[in-house]
Design a protein around this ligand. Structure first.
Ligand SMILES: NC(=O)C1=CN([C@@H]2O[C@H](COP(=O)(O)OP(=O)(O)OC[C@H]3O[C@@H](n4cnc5c(N)ncnc54)[C@H](O)[C@@H]3O)[C@@H](O)[C@H]2O)C=CC1
Ligand SMILES: O=C(O)CCC(=O)C(=O)O
Length: 525
C-alpha cells in the first residue's frame, strides 16, 4: 500500500487514476495537517503553495516521488531531492494554453486599462477620456523566454498584427525559424519592444533579469507583463520605473511573496494584477492533475516516468521502448549484486538488438538501482544511482554490441571485483516476458522472479535429486528449476524458484550436499 499526500488544491477528477488504484491511499491534507503521517508518505502532490524543502524531505523518509501539478518547480528543492533519490515530476504542458491566454487577456486589459475603467465605472464615474489606450496592432511584443508559453503567445500576438521579437539563450535556430520570430539579445530586445512579457523559469540567472539598469534602456512608456514568476522583473526597480514614468504600466500575475499583502506595486494605478491565476482554468487543472496522477502511479508501479526534472527527459516514443526492459535490468542488477557480495570496482552493461536502439542510459541507471538496492541502506534509483556509484569509486561502462546470440535483444552485465568477475545476460521476449539466459558463462533460461536459489555444483548423477529431497523433507515447494552446464560432467548451475524465501537452516543443508560448491539466495523483492 502506497500513501500519497495531496498537499495543495488539485482537481479531484484528475486524481481518478490514483483513487481507482487499490494499492494507493490518498491523503488530502496540507503538510501541517498531515504532520503525524509524514513519515509514512510515499509520494506528495503539490501546486505552488507547498514548499517542498530539504527539511520537509527529512521528515518524509519514505518519500519516493514529488509531483508538481504545473510547470514551475521553484517551490521544490531539486538538489536535495536528487541526493535522496526522490524523483521530481511536473506537468509541463497541461497549463500552457491557459497561461498563454491569461497573459494575452492581461496584455489587452493593460493597454486598454480595462480593470481601472471597470473600477471607476463601479464607483459611479463615467470617465471615458481617462482610459484611452493603445492598439496592439503594429506594436512590437518582446518575449523573454521562448518556451511553450512564449511560443503560444507569439502565435496569438501575430494574429493581432504585432511584431514579435524574442530573447532566449537556449532557443534553437530551427525553432526560431519555424515560429518565424526575430531573435535578439536581451540588450537589443529591450529598447525595441513596446510591450515586454517574461516567460522564463525563476532561476539564479533569471532572478532580477529585468532590473534598474536595463529598465533604463527600454522605450519610454513601455508596458511589462509577468505571468511567470515573481522576481524575474525586480519588483522594487519596476516600482521606481513606473513612478518615474519610464514604464507606462505593468500586469502581474505573480509576486516574490504570495500572497503579496500590502505590496506597494498594487497601490499604483498603472498596475493591474491577478492572484496567480495563469493556470486557473478547468481545463488546465484537469490536465495537470491527470498528468501528474498518471506519472505518480507509473512510478510507484515500478515503471519509468516521462516528465522528470531530475532524470533525463524521455519522449513517449523512447518511453514505450524502454518500458519492456525496465524491470529486466533491475532484476539483472539485483541478481548480480547477490551473487558477487564483495566490494566491486567496475560495472559494464552491453546492449544488443534493434529494439535497444535508443539512449539506454536510463536502463543502465535502472540496473544500477537494482544492483545497489540490496547493498546500500539508502533509497537508490535512477535519480541518484550514478552519484552513488561515483561516491563508491565504481567505474560504469555502457556499450552497444551487434551480437544478440540469436535472441531478439540481449542485455549483458559484467561486474568486476578485485577477486573475480561475474557475468549475466537477459532478454525480453514480447508477449512472454523477461528471461535470464546466461549466468557466469552457463547457458540457462529462467524468469527472474520472487525468491530464487542459485546453486553451483558438479554435473553428476544424484545432485539434482538430493537437492529436491532435502527441500522436500523441509517442506519447501519448488516452483521452478533450471539447470545449465558447459559440458557433461563439468561445472554446472541450478536456479530454483520458491513461493517463500529459503530459511538459513535449509540453505545450510543444501550446502552440505555432495557435489555442491556454492549456494546463494537471490531475492527480487
Ligand atoms: N502564472 C502561472 O500560473 C504559470 C506560470 N508558469 C511559469 O511560466 C514559466 C514558463 O513556462 P513554460 O513556457 O511552460 O516553460 P518552458 O520551459 O517551456 O519555457 C521556458 C523558457 O525559458 C527559457 N529560459 C531559461 N532561462 C532563460 C534565461 N536566463 N533567459 C531567457 N530565457 C530563458 C528556456 O530556454 C525556455 O525556452 C514556468 O517556468 C513557470 O514558472 C507556468 C505555468 C503557469
Ligand atoms: O498551480 C498553479 O495554479 C500555478 C501554476 C504555475 O505557476 C505553474 O504551473 O508553474
Amino acid at each position: 500500500m502506497y500513501r500519497i499526500l495531496v498537499a495543495d488544491a488539485i482537481k479531484p477528477e484528475g486524481l481518478s487514476p490514483l483513487l481507482e488504484a487499490t494499492h494507493i491511499e490518498l491523503i488530502q491534507k496540507t503538510v501541517d495537517e498531515a504532520e503525524k503521517q509524514l513519515d509514512q508518505i510515499d509520494a506528495i502532490l503539490v501546486r505552488s503553495a507547498t514548499k517542498v524543502t530539504e527539511e520537509l524531505m527529512e521528515r518524509m523518509p519514505q518519500l519516493k516521488i514529488i509531483a508538481r501539478a504545473g510547470v514551475g518547480v521553484d517551490n521544490i528543492d531539486i538538489p536535495a531531492a536528487t541526493k535522496r533519490g526522490i524523483v521530481v515530476v511536473n506537468a509541463p504542458d497541461g497549463n500552457t494554453i491557459s497561461t498563454c491566454e491569461h497573459t494575452f487577456a492581461m496584455m489587452s486589459s493593460l493597454v486598454r486599462h480595462i480593470p481601472q475603467a471597470f473600477t471607476s465605472l463601479k464607483a459611479g464615474e463615467w470617465r471615458r477620456s481617462s482610459f484611452t489606450g493603445i492598439e496592439l496592432r503594429g506594436k512590437t511584443l518582446g518575449i523573454v523566454g521562448f518556451g511553450r508559453i512564449g511560443g503560444e503567445l507569439a502565435k496569438r500576438a501575430k494574429a493581432f498584427g504585432m511584431e514579435v521579437v524574442v530573447f532566449d539563450p537556449f532557443l534553437t535556430t530551427d525553432r526560431a525559424k519555424k515560429m518565424a520570430v526575430t531573435v535578439l539579445p536581451l540588450a537589443e530586445l529591450l529598447p525595441k519592444a513596446d510591450i515586454i512579457t517574461v516567460h522564463t523559469p525563476l532561476t539564479n540567472e533569471t532572478r532580477g533579469l529585468i532590473n534598474k539598469e536595463n529598465l533604463k534602456t527600454c522605450k519610454k512608456g513601455v508596458y511589462f507583463l509577468n505571468c511567470a514568476r515573481g522576481g524575474i522583473i525586480d519588483e522594487d526597480d519596476l516600482y521606481e520605473a513606473i513612478i518615474e514614468g519610464q514604464v507606462a504600466g505593468a500586469a502581474l500575475d505573480v509576486f516574490v511573496e504570495e500572497p503579496p499583502h500590502g505590496h506597494k506595486l498594487l497601490e499604483l494605478d498603472q498596475v493591474i494584477a491577478t492572484p496567480h491565476l495563469g493556470a486557473s482554468t478547468k481545463e488546465a487543472q484537469l490536465n495537470v492533475a491527470v498528468q501528474v496522477a498518471q506519472e505518480v502511479l507509473t512510478y510507484l508501479n515500478g515503471n519509468p516516468v516521462s516528465n522528470s526534472i531530475n532524470l533525463p527527459a524521455i519522449s513517449k516514443e523512447v518511453f514505450d521502448k524502454v518500458q519492456p526492459f525496465y524491470q529486466l535490468v533491475q532484476h539483472i542488477g539485483m541478481i548480480a549484486s547477490q551473487l558477487i557480495k564483495e566490494g566491486i570496482q567496475e560495472i559494464s552493461v552491453t546492449y544488443a538488438g534493434e529494439s535497444l536502439d535508443f539512449d539506454t542510459s536510463i536502463l543502465t541507471k535502472s540496473l544500477l538501482s537494482g544492483f545497489f538496492k540490496t547493498r546500500i541502506d539508502l533509497p537508490v534509483n535512477e535519480v541518484n544511482a550514478l552519484l552513488v556509484a561515483k561516491e563508491r569509486g565504481i567505474t560504469i561502462g555502457e556499450k552497444i554490441a551487434a551480437d544478440t546470440l540469436g535472441y531478439a535483444n540481449l542485455i549483458s552485465l559484467k561486474v568486476k571485483s578485485e577477486k573475480r568477475e561475474l557475468t549475466i545476460s537477459g532478454t525480453y521476449i514480447e508477449n512472454y516476458g523477461s528471461r535470464i539466459v546466461s549466468l557466469n558463462g552457463f547457458k540457462i533460461d529462467f524468469e527472474p522472479e520472487g525468491n530464487m536459489l542459485y546453486i553451483q555444483h558438479t554435473d553428476k548423477p544424484g545432485v539434482i535429486g538430493n537437492v529436491g529431497k532435502v527441500l522436500g523433507d523441509q517442506g519447501v515447494n519448488i516452483a521452478t528449476m533450471q539447470v545449465g552446464r558447459k559440458q557433461a560432467g563439468g561445472d554446472a548451475i541450478m536456479v530454483l524458484t520458491f513461493d517463500k524465501s529459503l530459511d538459513p537452516e535449509t540453505k545450510k543443508m543444501v550446502e552440505k550436499i555432495a557435489g555442491i560448491t556454492l549456494v546463494e539466495n537471490m531475492s527480487l523483492f
